[in-house]
Ligand binder design. Sequence first.
Ligand code: SF4
Length: 214
Amino acid sequence: MGKPRTAVGRCLRTHEELKSTFPDARCELDFESPFQLLVATILSAQATDKSVNKATPKLFKIYDTPERLAVAEIPEIEKLIKSIGLFRSKAKNLKGMARKLIVDFDSQVPNGMDDLVSLPGVGRKTANVVRSVALGLPGLPVDTHVTRIVQRMGITGESDPVKIERVVGEMLPSDAQGEFSLRVILHGRQVCFARNPNCTECILNYFCPNAFKV
Ligand code: SF4
């Protein structure tokens, strides 16, 4: 197979190659509804999915609706999530998010980007996870792995996550954006490490402009 010579070509080939490596890539947070995924994703900022999945069963059992979470005592929420980093601010955000869902969105998780990012604790990355994973809408979550890998692959030179989301999002079919992000994140965790990437074992090394150079 020849090497793709344009940024769009490298983006689409990256997607295809990683699809064969990670055919079943899925969000690793446990959830059963958009509301639960919203809660879990807020908790996952600067924390591992594993640590979030340990805490959420009890949290979801007690606070199973925005109404219950909105009237919770913050120390009670803190108790349930204290094994997760930044638990104090996250507890406040969870309560604030639930109140806003009730007041502004009829207790439903909104699907628009502007509405999602108006919720406490929700930035574009979280909003894009909720859109692409729970709501089946276009959404390209950009984290540190995605940022590093699209730069190394010569897909974009941008370093601002919002610009990366726009530029790379335009290169992909809208229904592939979420999966692209999930697969690139797995590639970053397992192969293209921040330091000493494993270029020898990398399925992308035949067209990566930075293969064996990092
Ligand atoms: S070839 Fe190396 S730098 Fe390029 S994507 Fe693979 S691991 Fe990363």
